[in-house]
Write a protein that binds this ligand. Structure first.
Ligand SMILES: [Fe+2]
Ligand SMILES: [Fe+2]
Length: 173
């Protein structure tokens, strides 16, 4: 067994093999390091500019909203595969929110439940909209960030949300 740690969220994975993407935040394989080599961004004390703070707050809002929405979609679907997928997506987005909380050294806000459709296809379309919006925002936030590791964080998130959008698009084919 080996211990691997994600350089974005700081979560540990114990296993015989290095995982592909991070099982917790979804960060790409290149962010997964051997335990002692990792210096996770989520654990760093970073001097954050006002602009990045504002962008991180917007990220927090988006991620918590997405997590609540996916929980609703998981509950409403009648197909186990889709329920399981939305449950996982909700956990990944919650992990993203948790990283932001650590970076901003704040407490998790109270999150209101979201409403969603009973129709999977309608939910897929809403998911794609939300994920594509996140990709655009994180691309912009990464470009705006002067802090190397905040830029890295937004870049990593952008890739994860791109992957989510691609995954859902497959269900619509
Ligand atoms: Fe991670
Ligand atoms: Fe996310």
């Amino acid at each position: 067994m080996q211990l691997y740690i994600c350089e974005i969220c700081g979560e540990a994975h114990i296993g015989a093999e290095k995982p592909g993407d991070c099982p917790f935040c979804g960060a790409k394989e290149n962010f997964i390091k051997f335990g002692k080599e990792a210096d996770p961004i989520a654990n760093q004390k970073i001097e954050i500019s006002e602009l990045s703070k504002k962008n991180l707050m917007e990220t927090l809002e988006l991620e918590t909203k997405a997590a609540a929405m996916y929980l609703c979609m998981a509950e409403k679907s009648k197909v186990y595969e889709i329920r399981a997928m939305y449950k996982r997506l909700a956990k990944v987005e919650s992990e993203h929110a948790a990283i932001v909380i650590k970076l901003l050294e704040m407490e998790m806000p109270v999150v209101n439940p979201e409403t969603c459709s009973v129709d999977d296809v309608e939910n897929f379309k809403r998911t794609i909209e939300l994920e594509d919006r996140a990709v655009g925002l994180y691309k912009k936030f990464a470009a705006e960030a002067e802090e190397t590791n905040i830029r890295k964080f937004f870049g990593a998130l952008m890739q994860v949300e791109m992957g989510h959008s691609e995954l859902i698009k497959k269900f619509l084919c």
